[in-house]
Design a protein around this ligand. Structure first.
Ligand code: BT5
Length: 324
């Protein structure tokens, strides 16, 4: 997106559906009336409804229900996150694209987002169902100066940001299941996949993949997910605007991420614990090296899960699937 386009979207967001004169727009954008008209035509092509009235100017009447860069940036309140958006209708996986961009030097806050993923991925190469136009399938590139061992903290931070965003936009109160699931009424609505580009002692980029079931109906889910998955619309009983939710999540994310960079993981840990359903419960943790069951005591300062087995042994779980 050009700087001019970003300024135009800011003006429309501030105008809040009222008219802005063509003169004012061209003054603020520092470009000709003809150039303004071309930007407006681009937005119309994308499905934005822009009314033009002689003497009054332009008025944004509605935005298409998509998650394009233009829609995400229309009213976006962040400073760094989401101002560089790679949008596609259909991709195999946003993670793959984000990895490539990060490798080529993409700046912190770059967001890759698509209407559909044909090969969406979960952890351990499991698949992530990402049907067209229904959910938020996105990957955010971060460049924190942290050692790789601390990167799992960002999964937990992301879970808090997404939970806060969902709560703010829909009023639903999500539960977080360690480490990366967000549940509504016990069913999975969000999955998070954090991947790294790093040396042994330094992270180069963190790719935070976030998949959110937003407007799926029951029919959208394949039979194997029918009893375990849900969407925000199913739980809230009404459709949810995806672009608005992305904006809110990016805002919450930026606030938490700034806190994290300044003060470390402890403030995030507290917030995370407020949403966690795992803690204090009898759980079964399936790890690659075996299964451990016990009471989940909490998470450590690095984001590791602490379990106490029946015999009183303490286990630290770095990565697992948890059954509550
Ligand atoms: C996750 O893995 O939950 C991480 C999912 C991350 C998806 C995002 S979307 C944007 C970005 N691009 C990608 O390609 N991926 C990221 P895991 O904990 O391994 O859970 C995967 C399991 O969740 C699957 O094996 C299914 O059982 C279940 N599942 C698959 N699709 C689902 C969906 N849409 N809703 C709920 N559960 C689902």
């Amino acid at each position: 997106q050009s700087e001019t386009r970003k300024k135009l979207l800011k003006l429309f967001a501030e105008a809040n559906g009222e008219f802005i004169s063509g003169q004012k727009i061209s003054d603020q954008l520092g470009c000709s009336r003809t150039a303004v008209w071309k930007h407006i035509e681009d937005l119309r092509q994308e499905g934005f409804e822009v009314e033009a009235v002689r003497r009054l100017g332009y008025r944004l009447k509605s935005a298409p229900d998509k998650v394009t860069g233009n829609e995400i940036q229309l009213g976006l309140k962040t400073k760094r996150l989401g101002w560089n958006v790679y949008y596609e209708e259909s991709v195999p996986s946003t993670q793959k694209i984000a990895h490539k961009l990060a490798h080529d030097g993409a700046e912190e806050g770059t967001l890759v987002i698509a209407e559909e993923q044909t090969a969406g991925r979960g952890r351990l190469d499991r698949s992530w169902h990402s049907p067209k136009g229904t959910g938020i399938w996105m990957s955010l590139i971060l460049r924190p100066a942290i050692p790789p061992q601390q990167a799992p903290q960002l999964t937990l931070l992301a879970a808090v940001a997404v939970s806060q965003g969902i709560q703010e936009v829909t009023g639903l109160v999500p539960d977080i299941k360690w480490p990366n699931d967000i549940l509504l009424n016990g069913k999975k609505a969000v999955g998070i996949l954090t991947e790294l580009q790093a040396d042994p002692d330094q992270v180069h980029a963190v790719i935070v993949g976030i998949g959110i079931n937003v407007n799926q109906t029951r029919e959208h889910f394949p039979s194997e997910l029918a009893s375990t998955a849900t969407s925000l619309a199913l739980e809230a009983g009404k459709p949810v605007n995806r672009a608005q939710l992305v904006q809110m999540i990016l805002s919450k994310f930026e606030t938490l991420y700034d806190q994290y960079l300044q003060h470390g993981f402890s403030p995030i840990k507290l917030l995370w614990e407020g949403y966690a359903v795992t803690i204090g419960k009898e759980v079964v943790a399936r790890t690659l090296s075996g299964t451990v069951s016990g009471v989940a005591l909490g998470i450590t300062d690095t984001g590791t899960l602490k379990l106490r087995t029946k015999d009183g042994d303490i286990h630290y779980i770095y990565s697992a699937d948890i059954e509550i």
